[in-house]
Design a protein around this ligand. Structure first.
Ligand code: GLC
Length: 727
C-alpha cells in the first residue's frame, strides 16, 4: 500500500488520544517533574496512548513492546524506539571529540555505521546523534560529545555521521534514524555553565552554529532535536524563526523534530509559558513533532485545541511526519525487522579492531621531547595513576549499552602487549581525591603517592595515566576549573621527578573529555599523550601507541587554553582594531598571559617529522564557479612512518565585514614512510571564499585573499600564498 494513503487513512481513523500518543516519547516507568508519566508503558502502548519509546535495549524487550503496538492496539501502528548511541552502542568507539581529531570523514562514517548495526540489532530504530554543537569553551561538559571549535569540521562530521547511522536505506534492518542535535548554538552557554542562557550574534549563529545542521539535513538526517537552551531569551523548543522558518522553510527540512528530554514542559521554567497548555501550544506551533518525556502534548494539547491556541491541522501535520518516518524506517512492514539480527562473532571482532585502530590513531601527541615515545619494550613497566586500571572510565560519559566489563583497561592492554614483561601498577591517588585537613587522610594520600614513586625505582620505564573520570564531562558536567582533578598534579610532580632523577623514560597519558588547563603538567612531562576516552579497546589502543605499533595521528579539534581566563579561545578570531603588539601597551592582550593557546587548533605530533614546502596555487584567479587546486609538497624527515593532517585556511584581509584571521576551508591526510615524499592536494572553490555580508546574505567580492596551508592554526607554521578573486 502506498505510504501516503496508508497514513492518510490512519490519520482519518485516529482519535485525538491516538494522535497525541504518536507525538509522545517516553520510557517505561520513568518519572519527570511530576507524576509518573509512563508508569507501566504496556497499557499506554496497548491503548494507543503512547507511540514512541526511548532508553530501551534488547531484541526481546523491544519485541514484547512492539507486539503490544502492532498486534494488540486498535490501529497497529509500530513503535519508534530510540537511544543515545553517540559513539558506539555495545562496542564503544572513541568519544566524538577524539574522533573529530582524526579529520577523517571515512572513519567518522565507518564507526557510525558499526554503531548503527549494533544498535539496530538490539531493536533500536533511532539514535539521538550526531551531536553537532560547536564548542569553544572547555568549561562546558558537552564539548566531549561534539566536533570541537570549528564550523567546517562540524559540518563535515555531521554529514559523515548521518551517512553512517542511516546507511543507504533507512528501511534496512541495520539502519538507524539520525537525529541532528542540539539545534542550535548550545555550545556557547553563558560562562560554560550547562543549560545556561545563550546569546550570540545573528552572524555567529549563521557563520558558526547553523552550518553543521544544514550539512546534516543535506545528508538526509531523519530528525532534528532542539537544544534545551534559549537563544537571546527564546527557547529553541519554541523558536518559530529557527525551527519553522529557517529549518523547515529555508532548508526545506520535512523530517521529524523531536524535543529534548522534558524540554517542552521546561518552557514554563524558561518563563515563556504560564502552564503546560501554553507550553504545548508554543512547541507545536514552532514545529516540534515529538514530546520526549514531558507529557506536555498529551496533557496540554486537548485544551490548547479547545482554546484555539493550535489547530487540528497542526496536530495532523506532526502526526503525519512521525508516521512517515516510521514508514521510511520500514516499521509498518517489518516491525520486528530490527529484532532478529544475530551477528557473527567475526563481525564483533572486526568492530573491536576498528575501535582499537580508531582509538590509537585518534590519540593526540601534545609533546615528545627527546623522542621519549615510542617506548622501547621495557622488561619492567611502572604503570601508574588513577586511570591506569579503570575500564569503566574509558567509555566517556555517553556509554549507552557499553558495559564496563567489555572495556580494556590500560593495565590489561599493556599486560597483553608485553607478555614477557613485568607490568607493575599503583594508582597513587584517586581521580578526584582533594586535599583535606584530616591528617589520617593526608597520610593515606602521601602513602599512595610514595607507593607509586617506589615502583618507578623498580621499573625501566614509566607510564602515568591521569585525567578526568568519565562522568566529569558530558551532560550536566560543566567545570569552572577544568584542570587536573584532585591531587593528580602532585602525583605527577613526584613520579616524574623520580623518573627524571633515575633517567627512566616516562610518558603521561591523559584521559579527558575536554582540553584541560595544564600548563604545569606540560612543563613536567617530556612526553604527553591525550587519549581522550578511547572506548572499548582503550588499553590496547594506548599500548599500541606508547610502544610504537601504531603512530598517533590525532590533531586537536579544539584549542587548549593556557588559563581559564582566555576562554573562549579559538583559531577563528578577528584582528580587532588594536591587534596585539608587545611594543604598544594599548593593544589587545592580557597583562599576565600570552594571547596564544597552550596548543592551537590542529596541533598534534606524530612519530614522523613532516616538512611542507613549495605551496602552489594552480590558477591564481578565482571566478564564480571556479575551483582552484592548492598543492604542497610533503616529506617525512623523521625515522618512523606517520599519518599526517594538512589544513587549508584562508584569510580575507579586506572585506565588507571583518573576517577571522584564519578560516578553515579544507583538510587532507597523507601517510608517509620515513624519508618518503608526497604531494597534498586540496580544492578551493570560489564559493568557499564567499562570506555573509552585513545583511547576512552570501557575498563574493573581488580582491586578494590569503591562502595558508600547514599542520595547525599557528601562522608561524603555515605556508602562505594568495589568490585573486574576480567576482
Ligand atoms: C538528554 C540530552 C540529549 C539526549 C536526550 C535523551 O538530556 O540533552 O542529548 O539525546 O536527553 O537521552
Amino acid at each position: 500500500m502506498p505510504a501516503v494513503s496508508r497514513i492518510d487513512s490512519l490519520i482519518a481513523a485516529m482519535t485525538l488520544a491516538e494522535k497525541l500518543g504518536q507525538l509522545t516519547m517516553t520510557a517505561s516507568s520513568f518519572t519527570v517533574t511530576g507524576p509518573v508519566i509512563a508508569g507501566d508503558s504496556t497499557e499506554s502502548i496497548r491503548s494507543g496512548a503512547l507511540g514512541n519509546l526511548l532508553n530501551m535495549v534488547g531484541p526481546e524487550p523491544v519485541r514484547q513492546m512492539q507486539r503490544l503496538a502492532v498486534e494488540d492496539s486498535r490501529l497497529k501502528i509500530p513503535l519508534l524506539i530510540g537511544l543515545d548511541i553517540i559513539h558506539g552502542h555495545r562496542s564503544l568507539f572513541p568519544v566524538p571529540l577524539a574522533e573529530a581529531g582524526l579529520f577523517d570523514p571515512a572513519t567518522w562514517e565507518a564507526t557510525a555505521r558499526e554503531a548503527a548495526i549494533e544498535g539496530a540489532a538490539d531493536g533500536l530504530a533511532m539514535t539521538f546523534a550526531p551531536m553537532c554543537d560547536v564548542s569553544r569553551d572547555p568549561r562546558w561538559g558537552r564539548t566531549v560529545e561534539g566536533p570541537g571549535e570549528d564550523s567546517y569540521v562540524a559540518s563535515r562530521m555531521a554529514a559523515a555521521k548521518v551517512r553512517g547511522f542511516q546507511g543507504t536505506d533507512l528501511a534496512a534492518p541495520d539502519a538507524l534514524a539520525a537525529v541532528a542535535k542540539h539545534f542550535v548554538a548550545y555550545g556557547p552557554v553563558t560562562a560554560g555553565r550547562e543549560y545556561a542562557s545563550v546569546d550570540v550574534s545573528e552572524r555567529t549563529l549563521h557563520e558558526v552554529h547553523l552550518p553543521a545542521f544544514a550539512a546534516a539535513v543535506a545528508a538526509g538526517a531523519a530528525a532534528v532535536m532542539p537544544a534545551f537552551t534559549d537563544l537571546a531569551g527564546v527557547p529553541l523548543t519554541a523558536h518559530v524563526p529557527l525551527l519553522r522558518d529557517w529549518l523547515r522553510g529555508r532548508l526545506g527540512f520535512d523530517g521529524v523534530i523531536i524535543s529534548d528530554y522534558n524540554a517542552i514542559r521546561e518552557l514554563i521554567n524558561h518563563g515563556v509559558a504560564a502552564d503546560l497548555v501554553q507550553a504545548a501550544a508554543l512547541a507545536l506551533d514552532a514545529g516540534v513533532d515529538i514530546d520526549m518525556m514531558g507529557d506536555a502534548y498529551r496533557q496540554g494539547l486537548p485544551e490548547a485545541l479547545q482554546r484555539g491556541l493550535v489547530s487540528m491541522d497542526q496536530v495532523d501535520a506532526a502526526v503525519r511526519r512521525v508516521l512517515l518516518l516510521k514508514e521510511r524506517l520500514g516499521l509498518f512492514d517489518h516491525p520486528y525487522g530490527r529484532c532478529g539480527t544475530v551477528e557473527a562473532p567475526e563481525a564483533l571482532a572486526r568492530r573491536r579492531q576498528l575501535a582499537r585502530s580508531a582509538g590509537a590513531r585518534a590519540t593526540l601527541l601534545l609533546r615528545n621531547e627527546h623522542e621519549v615515545l615510542p617506548l622501547a619494550a621495557p622488561r619492567r613497566l611502572a604503570l601508574l595513576g588513577p586511570l591506569a586500571d579503570a575500564p569503566g572510565e574509558m567509555r566517556g560519559p555517553w556509554w549507552a549499552a557499553g558495559v564496563a566489563e567489555n572495556h580494556v583497561s590500560v593495565l590489561a592492554g599493556f599486560r597483553a602487549a608485553l607478555p614477557g614483561a613485568q607490568v607493575l601498577h599503583a594508582a597513587g591517588v584517586g581521580i578526584e581525591d582533594a586535599a583535606t585537613e584530616d591528617a589520617a587522610t593526608e597520610g593515606t594520600a602521601a602513602a599512595g603517592i610514595a607507593a607509586a614513586v617506589a615502583l618507578v625505582e623498580q621499573a625501566d620505564a614509566v607510564v602515568l595515566c591521569l585525567g578526568e573520570g568519565a562522568a566529569m564531562s558530558g551532560e550536566a558536567a560543566s567545570r569552572a576549573h577544568p584542570v587536573l582533578p584532585g591531587r593528580q598534579l602532585q602525583l605527577a610532580q613526584e613520579v616524574l621527578a623520580r623518573a627524571r632523577g633515575l633517567e627512566r623514560p616516562a610518558a603521561v597519558v591523559l584521559f579527558c573529555g575536554r582540553p584541560l588547563v595544564i600548563p604545569e603538567l606540560v612543563e613536567l612531562a617530556d612526553a604527553l599523550l591525550v587519549a581522550w576516552f578511547p572506548g572499548c579497546e582503550a588499553g590496547n589502543a594506548v599500548a599500541d601507541v606508547v610502544l610504537g605499533r601504531v603512530g598517533p595521528a590525532g590533531r586537536t579539534p579544539i584549542s587548549w587554553p593556557r588559563a581559564v581566563g582566555q576562554i573562549p579561545i579559538f583559531h577563528g578570531q578577528r584582528n580587532s582594531g588594536r591587534p596585539e603588539n608587545p611594543r604598544d601597551h594599548f593593544t589587545s592582550k592580557y597583562l599576565d598571559v600570552p594571547n596564544t593557546p597552550l596548543f592551537p587548533f590542529g596541533h598534534g605530533l606524530t612519530y614522523g617529522r613532516l616538512r611542507l614546502s613549495n605551496l602552489r596555487l594552480h590558477g591564481t584567479v578565482l571566478r564564480p564557479g571556479d575551483t582552484l587546486e592548492v598543492s604542497v609538497d610533503a616529506v617525512n624527515e623523521g625515522g618512523r612512518a606517520a599519518e599526517e593532517t594538512v589544513f587549508l585556511f584562508t584569510h580575507d584581509p579586506v572585506a565588507g565585514v571583518a573576517r577571522p584571521l584564519l578560516e578553515l576551508k579544507g583538510f587532507a591526510k597523507i601517510s608517509l614512510a620515513a624519508g618518503q615524499r608526497g604531494t597534498v592536494r586540496l580544492p578551493l572553490r570560489a564559493a568557499d571564499l564567499a562570506y555573509l555580508g552585513p545583511d547576512l546574505r552570501p557575498v563574493l567580492e573581488s580582491g586578494t585573499v590569503e591562502v595558508l596551508v600547514g599542520p595547525c592554526a599557528d601562522r608561524s607554521q603555515l605556508l602562505a600564498g594568495s589568490v585573486e578573486v574576480a567576482a
